[in-house]
Structure formats: structure tokens, C-alpha cells
Design a protein around this ligand. Structure first.
Ligand code: NAD
Length: 345
């Protein structure tokens, strides 16, 4: 039986992976995978990792030295993996689509909560304060919502937004001709949108796509929703925009410095990250701890697909969900591996 080193384990991971696992001995480690913990993978045939694990060149090389030949990400994003360093050493697998609904629905939840100030109303009524002052929202119908990235999650989000009769515009370098949405250049999207929702991956091109100058070009009072990756937003620029009123509100399920903070309980500790502390303290910001994937359906799909990915690897089959540095995001993504029906290397 092959042994798997499973990093950054939470109780819900064990529940779903134990339910689907038939073929492997899984060693669950609570610690994140990084330079200090990589030795835990000794004796393992494979590693299962998550979004805040560190898979830089050093860790990849250490894993390769330990004889690990495959890392199965239990996520769709893999920006935390140095795929170039892994090439020809370690196969990187992922779960491309476990539930786009889970993430898109959380994005809309953040938007609706911010708009109608549910977070404030909840706190007030618990204190028997039934005042409505400061809780005025707006009708969603007819508002322009700009969607950046029209892949799996972006498409579900667009459908949901259309359900509210919103005017949806989108930007994607690989527009989907089958999608009923108006694509516009990024600059126009920034200029026209009352609300922005980010659904693109974190890449060199998208890093800090929301920055001081792009914020400057946005409508006054824009609302920004990010359920994608923290690195898409330059946090200091976001904070300035919120403080000077340019940005009306922000809903963040991800944060650029989340790796050592999200998923853990710091309620008894003083957080050293001043930007995060300020963002948390603002009444027009809702931060959730990267929980877009946290639905029963998504967790089931993550567990079953991750284990199927490993089954394919160990039975020498084509790796449907492999990624490498030659694969690109968007339609070209499928060229590298699907064109020749072979493994990436
Ligand atoms: P996807 O690959 O189906 O779609 C991504 C889309 O982004 C593609 O259409 C691609 O062409 C587009 N894109 C690529 N570069 C772009 C750019 N420069 N500008 C605009 N668009 C660009 O991915 P998905 O399943 O829809 O997931 C999107 C992202 O959501 C993931 O990369 C991941 O970071 C994030 N995510 C977050 C959670 C969570 O729990 N919060 C869960 C899953 C995924």
C-alpha cells in the first residue's frame, strides 16, 4: 500500500478523505508543508498539499530527494507551487473543478452582506439594538458588475449576477465565445463597474491587478469582492482606497499574507500584520478565512478527485489533472497535456 503524507490537515479533511480512501495509507500532519516540515514526507510515496503550503524550489528539491514523485494539490489554484522547479522531478496534480458553485455563491454572499450590512445588523440585534441608522443598502438590479476571469467560477458567478438582473461585463484574455456576456477591455471594466469580482488565477500577469492606479481609475464608491487569491490585490492600496472613500466596501475571502494566519485560531494572540488588523476593523470590510471551497459537495469532490488523481498516477495512466509550467491558464492550458494525450513529462 502506498503511503501519502497529507499536510495542513483539518478535521473536515480527515472526514472526507477517510470516507473516500480505499487504496492508501494516509499520514495526516497538522503542520503546513514548508522548509521546516518537509522531512515529514520521508517514507511517503506521494504528498497531498493545500493552498497555504509552500512548494518552492527548495521544498520541491527536498521532496524529490526523499523520493516523492507526485504532489496532489487538493485545490484548483497552484500558484504556491514552483511548477518550473517541479518539472521532470515531481508531477503536480490538482482538482480543477470541485464546485465552482461553492466559490461563486460565497462571492455573492459577501456582496449581499456588505450591501445590506447583514454583519452589522446581526451584531446590533444581538444587543437588542433595533435601530436602522447606517444600514441603507441599494437594489442590485441594473448595477454594473465587472467580472475578471470567466472560467468555471466566473461563469457561475455571472449566472447568479444575471439572476439579480445586474448588468454584467467581463474581462478575460481568453474570452469564451459561448458565454452570454459583454467582454470589455480591462480599463473599461474598471471605469464602468459599480462592483468588481475577481475570478482569475494568480499569475505574473494578474499579481496586483488591483493596485493604486487601477483603483484610481475605478468609479467612486466601487465595491471589490475577492474570492480568488490575495495576491491579486495590493493590500495597502486597497486600505488607502477604503480609508479615503474611493472604495465603498470590500469582501475578501483571501488575503495576500494569509499563509501563516488563515485556517488557524488567533483569537488569543495579537496579530502582527497591521494591514490585516486595520482591514478587519473597518465596518465596510468583511473578511472570511479562505472558505470559498467549504461546502459538503466541494469537500466530497476534492477528496474523491485528489484520490483518483493519485490512482491515475500509480497505475501509469494519463494524468487528466496534471499541470506543469508549460501549461497555461485558459484554453491553452489543455494543449500541453491533452494535445498528445501524454503526461506533462
Ligand atoms: P478557471 O481556470 O476555470 O478560470 C480562470 C479564468 O481566468 C480563465 O477563463 C482564464 O482565461 C482567466 N484568466 C487567466 N489570466 C487572466 C488575466 N490576466 N485576467 C483575467 N482573467 C484571466 O479557474 P476557476 O476554477 O474559475 O478558479 C478561479 C480562481 O479561483 C482560481 O485560480 C483560484 O485562485 C480561486 N479559487 C478560490 C477558492 C476559494 O476557496 N476561495 C476555491 C477555488 C478556486
Amino acid at each position: 500500500m502506498k503511503t501519502i503524507a497529507f499536510f495542513d490537515t483539518k478535521p473536515y479533511d480527515k472526514t472526507y478523505f477517510n470516507e473516500y480512501n480505499k487504496n492508501y495509507k494516509i499520514k495526516y500532519f497538522e503542520s503546513k508543508l514548508n522548509e521546516n516540515s518537509v522531512a515529514l514526507a520521508k517514507d511517503a510515496d506521494a504528498v497531498i498539499a493545500f493552498v497555504n503550503d509552500t512548494l518552492n524550489e527548495y521544498v520541491i528539491n527536498q521532496l524529490a530527494d526523499l523520493g516523492v514523485k507526485v504532489v496532489a494539490m487538493r485545490s484548483s489554484g497552484y500558484n504556491n507551487v514552483d511548477v518550473k522547479a517541479a518539472f521532470e522531478k515531481i508531477h503536480i496534480l490538482r482538482v480543477p473543478a470541485y464546485s465552482p458553485h461553492a466559490v461563486a455563491e460565497l462571492a455573492m454572499t459577501l456582496l449581499l452582506s456588505l450591501n445590506r450590512k447583514v454583519h452589522k445588523a446581526y451584531n446590533r440585534t444581538r444587543d437588542f439594538n433595533f435601530s436602522l441608522s447606517g444600514l441603507v443598502g441599494f437594489d442590485m438590479i441594473g448595477k454594473t458588475i465587472g467580472v475578471i476571469g470567466t472560467g468555471r467560477i466566473g461563469q457561475v458567478f455571472i449566472k447568479i449576477a444575471k439572476g439579480f438582473s445586474m448588468n454584467v461585463i467581463a474581462y478575460d484574455p481568453y474570452p469564451n465565445p459561448n458565454l452570454d456576456v459583454k467582454y470589455v477591455p480591462l480599463e473599461e471594466l474598471f471605469k464602468e463597474s459599480d462592483i468588481l469580482s475577481l475570478h482569475c488565477p494568480l499569475t505574473e500577469e494578474t499579481k496586483y491587478i488591483i493596485n493604486e492606479s487601477s483603483i484610481e481609475s475605478m468609479k467612486d464608491g466601487v465595491i471589490i469582492i475577492n474570492t480568488s487569491r490575495g495576491g491579486l490585490i495590493e493590500s495597502n492600496a486597497l486600505l488607502s482606497g477604503l480609508k479615503n472613500g474611493k472604495i465603498k466596501a470590500a469582501g475578501l475571502d483571501v488575503y495576500e499574507e494569509e499563509a501563516d494566519i488563515f485556517f488557524e485560531d488567533f483569537s488569543d494572540v495579537i496579530i502582527k500584520d497591521d494591514v490585516l488588523s486595520l482591514l478587519v476593523s473597518l465596518p465596510n470590510v468583511i473578511i472570511t478565512s479562505h472558505q470559498g471551497f467549504l461546502t459538503e459537495e466541494a469537500l466530497s469532490n476534492i477528496a474523491s478527485t485528489t484520490l483518483e488523481n493519485l490512482d491515475q498516477f500509480f497505475s501509469e495512466k494519463v494524468l487528466e489533472n496534471e499541470v506543469c509550467y508549460l501549461c497555461k491558464d485558459g484554453p491553452a492550458a489543455f494543449e500541453c497535456r491533452h494535445k498528445n494525450k501524454k503526461r506533462c513529462f
